[in-house]
Structure formats: structure tokens, C-alpha cells
Design a protein around this ligand. Structure first.
Ligand code: IMP
Ligand code: MG
Length: 177
């Protein structure tokens, strides 16, 4: 079993490249069905979602725009429950069909913060796309429109996800051992 180290912890492969590609394709197919002709604005939540967004967007063949916000809620392997906005929205989203792109929804607090903010700024429609979802940790009740894979509450890295900055560069998703 392939393992990697990040800081003091060891991780083993949990979701391989083919399974990731299948999940990205599933999310892209659903978005394509709903959003064709609407010129959606994909709002990518940095840092973690940059790899997913890059694969996802290349499976969207029609007109769309991409923008980024940078939020931080994790410290080490725990959610701090408070959101720090490190880079804000620089785009007018009034009347836009916005699809928020996240790597993972865990407690759901980060996404809740983002949804409220976008609705307050007058978006026509705010939808959520996430590659990964931890149903056992989710504390909110909003609908997740486009979802790749449900996973248990284990801490993971790879494919954009990090443990205190490390691990984002790996092509597979790894689970803490
Ligand atoms: P939430 O606000 O608890 O839903 O956390 C969402 C953010 O926490 C995600 O965008 C990730 O950046 C980070 N996160 C949640 N779970 C993990 C994990 O297992 N590994 C790495 N980062 C995670
Ligand atoms: Mg994230």
C-alpha cells in the first residue's frame, strides 16, 4: 500500500486517480445538464479546491467564468469553527448563476458562510459543488447540489487537500493511518 508522510503523520492511499476522475466526471455531467446556457460563474474556494477546479472546469464545454476566494478554517487536522477571509471576492455577482467549488465539505461551516455572503450580494442562484463530503461531520442543513464522494470522518490529504500546508501536490487522496 502506497504511503506518504506530511509533517509528523503518515497517510495511505484511500481514493486512487481513477476513482477521483470518475467522481469529477459525475459532478461535471450534472453541472452540464443544469447550467448550459446560463453562463455560470464558478467560484473556487482556495486553497484546497484548486486541483479539483482545474479538472472540473476542463470538463465544462460551454461559456462560463471562473473566480476565486481564499478562506481558511482549519488548523492542523481540526476545524477551528471560525472562518478567516484571506482574499475576498473581486467580481460583481449580481444576477449571476454562481457555482461554489469546494474540495471538501466537513462541518459545512465554511460553505455556509460563503452561501450567505453570495446571496447577500444578489446572486440569481447559488449552487454548491464539492468533490468530497463527510456526512458524519456535517452540522448544517443546506442542500449540496453536486457531490462527488461521501467519505468517513477521517482526516485526508492529497489532490489539493493539505495537512498544515503539506500534501496538496499528490495525485491521489490519502487517509491518515
Ligand atoms: P468545514 O468548514 O468544516 O466544512 O471545512 C471545510 C474546509 O476544511 C475544507 O475546504 C478544507 O479546506 C478543510 N478540510 C476539511 N476536512 C479536511 C480534511 O480531511 N483534510 C484536509 N482539509 C480538510
Ligand atoms: Mg477548502
Amino acid at each position: 500500500m502506497k504511503t506518504i508522510r506530511a509533517h509528523d503523520k503518515e497517510f495511505s492511499v484511500f481514493i486512487d486517480k481513477d476513482q477521483i476522475d470518475e467522481a469529477v466526471t459525475k459532478v461535471a455531467t450534472e453541472i452540464r445538464k443544469d447550467m448550459e446556457g446560463k453562463v455560470p460563474l464558478f467560484l473556487v474556494v482556495l486553497n484546497g479546491a484548486f486541483v479539483f477546479a482545474s479538472d472540473l472546469l476542463r470538463k465544462i464545454p460551454f461559456d462560463c467564468e471562473v473566480s476565486f476566494v481564499k478562506l481558511s478554517s482549519y488548523s492542523g487536522t481540526k476545524s477551528t469553527q471560525t472562518i478567516r477571509e484571506l482574499i475576498g471576492l473581486d467580481q460583481d455577482i449580481k444576477e449571476r448563476h454562481v457555482v461554489i467549488v469546494e474540495d471538501i465539505i466537513d462541518t459545512g461551516i465554511t460553505m455556509d458562510h460563503t452561501i450567505r455572503k453570495l446571496k447577500g450580494l444578489g446572486a440569481a442562484d447559488v449552487r454548491i459543488a464539492t468533490l468530497l463530503f463527510k456526512p458524519g461531520s456535517f452540522q448544517k442543513d443546506y442542500k449540496i447540489d453536486y457531490k462527488g464522494i461521501d467519505i468517513p470522518n477521517d482526516f485526508i490529504v492529497g489532490y489539493g487537500l493539505d495537512y498544515d500546508g503539506f500534501g496538496r501536490n499528490h495525485a491521489e487522496i490519502y487517509k491518515i493511518v
